[in-house]
Design a binder for this molecule. Structure first.
Ligand SMILES: Cc1cc2nc3c(=O)[nH]c(=O)nc-3n(C[C@H](O)[C@H](O)[C@H](O)COP(=O)(O)O)c2cc1C
Length: 201
């Protein structure tokens, strides 16, 4: 079993990475393999809306997202960790999520993988990224685990928050235990990526 932690912070070794590392420690404690992926320093360009990937499962943009998709599809659980930037997830997080449109085909998707959420803010704005990340997981038919929300600003501050670090460790542990149950959604009910209305008649 493998648990992947993705940090959407452009800051190397910041609070998001600290908490993800602790969650991965927890996952290893339960016997899983782990991998940390940080978007810091990576080249991941925005989706250009061509929609080709919705049919092929492959994005035509050749950059670091290709490798990240491969790591995601070979993981059993994925932790999505983002700092709050201007009351929202980081631009890097949104870019990756948009590009994850390619992971929605029958043979290349994130269905039944366990998802965890870590959000770090300096002072305000945690709720929107939490909601957005959970909704993304619902649309991907992932199995949601816990969330860890932490207030920390400067690098290293998250490490001092004992309860937050413990919650992160427990998130990793919980994800392994949930994944071990091997829940699967019935395949015949696809998620609707649209609202019903005039355009669907
Ligand atoms: C461009 C920018 C925007 C930010 N916006 C917010 C914000 O809206 N609310 C908040 O509480 N913190 C905000 N912060 C602070 C970060 O969320 C905080 O420093 C966090 O610990 C960074 O996580 P990291 O160490 O993983 O990069 C912002 C930081 C930056 C650089």
């Amino acid at each position: 079993m493998k648990i992947l932690g993705i940090s959407f912070s452009p800051r190397k070794s910041g609070n998001t990475v600290t908490l993800i590392e602790e969650a991965l420690n927890g996952a290893r404690q339960e016997g899983a393999e782990t991998e940390l992926y940080s978007v810091a320093g990576k080249e991941i360009r925005p989706c250009d809306g061509c929609w080709v990937c919705a049919g092929t499962g492959k994005c035509h943009i050749k950059d670091d997202m290709e490798a990240l998709c491969d790591i995601m599809v070979t993981s059993d659980g994925i932790i999505f960790g983002t700092p709050v930037y201007v009351y929202s997830m980081t631009g890097q997080a949104k870019t990756v999520i948009d590009r994850m449109l390619c992971l929605s085909t029958p043979d290349r998707n994130l269905a039944n993988k366990v998802g965890g959420v870590i959000v770090v803010a300096g002072s305000i704005g945690i709720i929107d990224p939490v909601k957005d990340l959970y909704f993304m997981m619902v649309m991907k038919k992932m199995v949601p685990a816990n969330l860890v929300a932490v207030y920390a600003s400067k690098k290293g501050e998250a490490k001092e928050l004992k309860q937050g670090m413990e919650a992160a460790r427990n998130l990793g542990r919980e994800m392994v235990q949930i994944a071990a149950k091997k829940f699967t959604y019935p395949p015949e009910f696809p998620r609707n990526f649209f609202a019903f209305g005039t355009h669907t008649r």
